[in-house]
Design a protein around this ligand. Structure first.
Ligand code: HEM
Length: 498
């Protein structure tokens, strides 16, 4: 009988019979199961899914693979409490004390919760991936002074120039259509701004109309690093690595790295027209003992860490403001009382605007760009009253901490007034999107300044309306280290200044 069009004919002799499939599959699954059984210490007294314990943390693995890890960790805390086992040798906390115990612990030998092997899978040793506290401290000492609040003020003018370029690009596009998707534009803006402040050269992504491939590698690298971490010892990562190398994307990661290092090395040799971060760092490096290739590797790491994080935060804040008309009106009123347009936004004034900063902090609370806290290895210490044996992996889920109902009234609501009303009883110190301690975000003030200036300028220059399909920004986002954002589709009009 002829098979209807669009369907495949099934040849019964051509398919593998069920018993043969079972003979092959069952031993393979059994070996995989044995390989994935926990090899580290068992955490006693920490609750978690009983079923998952015997299924090698497969629910967690699925959550990571499907981009639901932030929500999954939060739901584990809702079911099991403040410290939860999310895989046989791995635990998470969602409390302020837990956060301080893990990330605020000293960096002394034997007392610090050091970064886990997960980071080694991301790239070579640098400020972000290093677990050795001595090496990390030497790099941090070299870069941190140029990213302090005092130093950042000197870059406000450059950031404003980038913003004006962004607005000019948007206005040009608005001549053809009044509806724009801002995701890529804000990504290009973040890349150009971060590279200009750090290296003294905007990469020209906005001008080009799209990012360079190598600027977008980090989420993929994080994704594969997570898979490697979750499936370590099972042979699965080796198989995937082999397939990627030989069959699919031969050398993509390598050429991305080469392109990035070429740019940095060019800038190290170029003459700079202003005192950007690279000029300052190289002056300081003259008296230290970090070789130039190591400094270049660190510039690369710092730059990459800034691209997606700031774009995530900018997009989310614009979405939250535009979907809350009363917040939008209040913010406009504050901005217009001190600035006329994007041309005159200034870092000094923006940093002291209470409502603008409340909007930013509330957005970072609801939608922290790094939602699942960085994993650390316990040195054998108490975390919020529970002993976590040496060698166990533990983290604070920032998303779960920021939504902890013990700390926040209406934790799922966007309420900037939490940060301005003196009577508000919410626990403010529970909001730590940049983490705390010696491994917290080294560029926190840079990120904040970029947000203050970019957002102030956007709301001053445009009347905007959100016209995208999303009703719940958080639920509709996938999380692979950073968020994979929904479409920030806006209907825009240039604001007439009266
Ligand atoms: C809103 C924006 C940002 C947020 C929420 C954020 C958040 C974070 C968090 C949570 C960490 C700790 C990660 C971990 O331990 O696994 C971190 C580290 C780091 N961030 Fe950011 N970040 C932002 C923007 C930036 C920018 C703009 C840059 C650079 C231009 C940057 C550079 C770094 C670096 C280099 C580290 C590693 C610091 C160290 O270990 O000493 N970040 N950031």
């Amino acid at each position: 009988m002829a098979v209807p069009s669009g369907q495949f004919e099934i040849n019964p002799s051509g398919i593998i019979s069920l018993p043969i499939l079972a003979i092959v599959l069952i031993p393979w699954l059994f070996i995989l199961f044995i390989q994935l059984l926990p090899k580290g210490p068992i955490i006693k007294g920490v609750p978690g899914s009983f079923l998952d314990l015997f299924l090698c943390g497969s629910a967690t693995k699925f959550a990571f693979l499907s981009g639901r890890s932030a929500h999954y960790f939060h739901s584990l805390h809702e079911s099991y409490g403040k410290i939860v086992r999310f895989a046989p040798g791995q635990a998470t906390t969602n409390t302020i004390r837990g956060l301080r115990n893990i990330y605020g612990a000293g960096s002394g030998k034997g007392t610090a919760f050091l970064k886990t092997g997960f980071y080694k899978g991301i790239s070579r040793r640098n400020i972000f991936t290093a677990s050795d506290p001595v090496y990390h401290a030497s790099v941090r000492k070299l870069f941190a002074p140029s990213l302090s609040p005092g130093s950042m003020q000197a870059h406000a003018g450059v950031i404003r120039e980038r913003i004006l370029h962004l607005h000019a690009t948007m206005k040009e596009k608005m001549e053809k259509t009044d509806t724009l998707s801002l995701n890529q534009l804000l990504y290009c803006h973040s890349v150009d701004t971060v590279s200009e402040v750090l290296l003294g050269k905007p990469l020209g992504c906005l001008k080009r109309g799209k990012p360079y491939f190598w600027t977008e590698q980090l989420p993929r690298i994080f994704y594969w690093s997570t898979i490697r971490d979750q499936f370590k010892g099972s042979g699965v990562p080796t198989m995937i690595k082999w397939m990627l190398r030989h069959l699919i994307r031969k050398g993509v990661r390598q050429s991305a790295e080469q392109a990035r290092m070429r740019l940095i090395n060019e800038q190290l040799g170029a003459s700079h027209t202003r005192r950007d971060v690279m000029v300052e760092v190289m002056e300081r490096a003259g008296t230290g003992d970090l070789p130039v290739p190591e400094i270049a590797e660190n510039f690369s790491a710092i730059m990459l860490a800034g691209f997606h994080t700031t774009q995530n935060a900018l997009c989310a804040t614009i979405y939250f403001v535009l979907t809350h008309p009363e917040v939008h009106a209040k913010l406009n009123q504050e901005l217009r009382s001190v600035f006329t347009s994007a041309e005159d936004v200034s870092g000094h004034v923006a940093q002291d605007l209470p409502y603008l900063n409340a909007v930013i902090t509330e957005s970072l609370r609801l939608y922290p760009p790094v939602p699942v806290g960085g994993p650390r290895v316990s040195p054998g210490a108490y975390v919020d009253g529970t002993y976590i044996p040496a060698g166990t992996e533990i983290c604070t889920s920032i998303f779960a901490l920021h939504h902890n109902p013990e700390y926040f009234n209406e934790p799922y609501e966007f309420i900037p007034e939490r940060w301005t009303e003196p009577d508000c009883t919410d626990k403010k110190e529970a909001v730590q999107p940049f983490l705390v301690g010696s491994r917290s975000c080294v560029a926190k003030y840079f990120a904040k300044q970029m947000m203050q200036l970019t957002l102030a300028a956007f709301f001053l220059d445009f009347n905007a309306e959100y016209v995208g399909p999303v009703k719940d920004w958080q639920r509709e986002s996938r999380c692979y280290a950073f968020w994979e954002l929904p479409d920030l589709k806006l209907k825009l009009r240039k604001r007439e200044i009266d």
